[in-house]
Write a protein that binds this ligand. Structure first.
Ligand code: GLY
Length: 585
């Protein structure tokens, strides 16, 4: 696969340098000075658009739009469908964030992040010597890794407050139930993903039976049916969202937890609550940027980086130049240092959000950046503001005919979460507890250092990096939606997509396809994609003092929708790094 991609890349690169620009430039695509390797045109639709990591799920969403549902209705149906067709991250057993912009411009955020069970106290993942527990019993694998899932409650809250009222909860769950009951065809990538997770999924009887075909594995072209999950959807259709938290589904989850020394009880499930939050708002070069507040760090870190970069003429730099990568890296370094120090669940700890996203604060941080030389992360400590997926999260986005929009990122944390399928439910459970600082100051599965503010506590929500985002035009109308999976790389992927569009005039598909880098303060290194940085650029960055690490895999799986300014046409874009699809009508 990657050999073919690289062959195509080099062929296109060869054609690009050997053909006159006029032959290569599509109307509205590559502008002079913009090097575009290869990107297809965004998918165009006059009315509604859904972009997700799975074509079946995108089609489910478009069908809901066609039946009169709004963007929120469609998003709920897509979230349920992905729980069936993309079990690495689509879920009922995890959580996430839904950013909503209504046609009249009002915006809100639904926080359905997992909550820590009552038994999850500060040192729950430490052994008697104070060391992190590894393997079973840790914050990453098995029954003790799961936080109380929020997806079902989040979807219910979104539907109750922002649904069109034209379609019922049961109707929105029906496409997912059918996909689970009748099955769907396993793709090459999905078969590879399941096989690659055999060690994790093979530990738990229901996971092994359902996702590994009892140990015989699924191959491309096979049909995956999930009858228990279909039955769970049927119970949710009959009993509503509370069924998940108080009914037979809750009982089955709690019983399996009890049998396997998990942390989550029936009481924990009963006590789960989704919350509505006020989105963070800022601007980048005059364009509105709307993103997720705590318990995600995504919005604040994104805005802090954009504020720092606003002080530089990125447009005047080539998009792939070492001088631009240098500045972007220095912004990432500083914002991620602040993330480690200051961020956590704001319902539990004080998070100086206003200070972190203050443009004056960014000015002070900018003053510490040397234009020629890399800082070291050892010298960059958190500032003083006032007052690595398997990163199998997934993002999808919907814009409807009326102009309502949803940008939704949700997850089980790592691919297939804790690996546990709660017996009899078909529901894979998350390992979101690893997003807490199990031992503040030591790295989690993503190598992220996190501080005391993100220590484990009962009913607290682990800090996230999920960054569902809207960018507005200068007149306040919606320009584009964007988001991606990728653990901490999420925030940097969204950052680079925004810069690509605002500073380098790329369209939404080009902005998503463009190569990505990532720096998260510690470890002190720029991680880049295969074929992402030329050898010359790498040498120039090394000469400035940066350490570079090539990553064997691509970064993220972004999906976005842009509204064409003059026509209002919805332009859907799905990341060419994966097998998603933008579907419109
Ligand atoms: N579990 C990845 C995140 O929330 O950032």
């Amino acid at each position: 696969m990657s050999a073919i991609r690289s062959a195509v890349f080099f062929l296109l690169a060869f054609l690009f340098v050997n053909a006159p620009l006029s032959q290569l430039r599509r109307p509205g695509a590559a502008r002079p000075g913009v090097a575009v390797a290869a990107s297809r045109e965004p998918v165009r639709a006059a009315r509604g658009m859904v972009a997700s990591t799975n074509k079946l799920a995108s089609e489910v969403g478009v069908d809901i739009l066609k039946r009169g549902g709004n963007a929120v209705d469609a998003a709920i149906a897509v979230a349920f469908a992905l729980a069936v067709t993309y079990p690495a991250a689509g879920n009922l057993g995890g959580g996430g964030f839904m950013l909503i912009r209504r046609r009249d411009g009002r915006m809100t955020a639904i926080d359905y992040r997992e909550m820590a069970p009552q038994a999850a106290t500060r040192n729950v993942y430490l052994d008697p010597q104070g060391n992190l527990i590894e393997g079973e019993g840790s914050s990453t694998i098995g029954y003790r890794a799961a936080g109380v899932p929020g997806t079902v409650a989040g979807m219910e809250l979104a539907l109750r407050k922002y649904g069109s009222g034209r379609l019922t909860w049961a109707q929105l769950a029906e496409p997912a139930r059918l996909l689970a009951a009748n099955g769907f065809t396993v793709s090459h990538l999905f078969a590879r993903s399941l096989r690659g997770s055999n060690e994790l999924l093979g530990r738990y009887a229901d996971s092994k039976r359902i996702f590994l075909n009892g140990g015989r594995y699924f191959n491309e072209g096979d049909t995956l049916r999930q009858p228990e999950l279909a039955a769970t959807f049927a119970r949710l259709q009959r009993g509503g969202a509370r069924e998940f938290y108080e009914g037979e589904t809750a009982r089955l989850i709690a019983e399996d937890m009890r049998r396997n020394k998990g942390l989550m009880t029936l009481e924990d499930l009963r006590g789960y609550e989704a919350k509505e939050r006020v989105p963070l708002r800022s601007t980048y070069r005059g364009y509105g940027v709307i993103s997720m507040p705590p318990p995600s760090s995504g919005g604040a870190v994104l805005i802090e980086m954009l504020n720092i970069l606003e002080g530089y003429d990125l447009r005047g730099m080539n998009w792939a130049s070492s001088e631009k990568y240098h500045l972007v890296t220095e912004a990432m370094r500083r914002a991620f240092a602040d993330r480690a120090e200051y961020m956590g669940d704001a319902d539990f700890v004080k998070v100086p959000i206003d200070g972190l996203i203050d443009k004056k604060y960014a000015e002070r941080l900018r003053a510490s950046i040397n234009l020629e030389r890399a800082s070291t992360s050892a010298e960059v400590r958190a500032g003083r503001p006032a007052g690595y997926e398997s990163e199998e999260t997934t993002h999808f986005t919907v814009v409807d005919a009326e102009g309502n929009a949803v940008s939704n990122t949700y997850t089980l944390n790592l691919g297939y979460g804790s690996g546990v399928t709660a017996r009899g439910t078909g529901i894979l459970l998350n390992n979101e507890m690893d997003d807490f600082a199990a031992k503040p100051g030591t790295p989690n599965a993503f190598g992220l250092i996190q501080g005391e503010r993100n220590a484990v506590a009962p009913r607290k929500r682990p800090l996230s990096a999920m960054t569902p985002t809207f960018v507005l035009r200068k007149d306040g109308t919606l320009w584009f939606t964007i988001g991606t999976p990728g653990g901490p790389t999420i925030i940097n992927t969204v950052l680079q997509a925004i810069i690509n569009i605002v500073d380098h005039d790329m369209d939404i598909q080009e902005a998503i396809d463009s190569p990505r880098i990532h720096h998260q303060w510690l470890p002190d290194q720029i991680v880049h994609e295969p074929y992402g940085l030329s050898a010359d650029t790498q040498r120039a960055l090394t000469a400035r003092g940066h350490t570079l690490v090539a990553r064997p895999r691509y970064m993220g799986d972004a999906h976005g929708i842009m509204i064409e300014e003059k026509t209002g046409v919805r332009l859907g874009a799905s990341d060419s790094r994966n097998e998603g699809a933008a579907v419109g009508y």
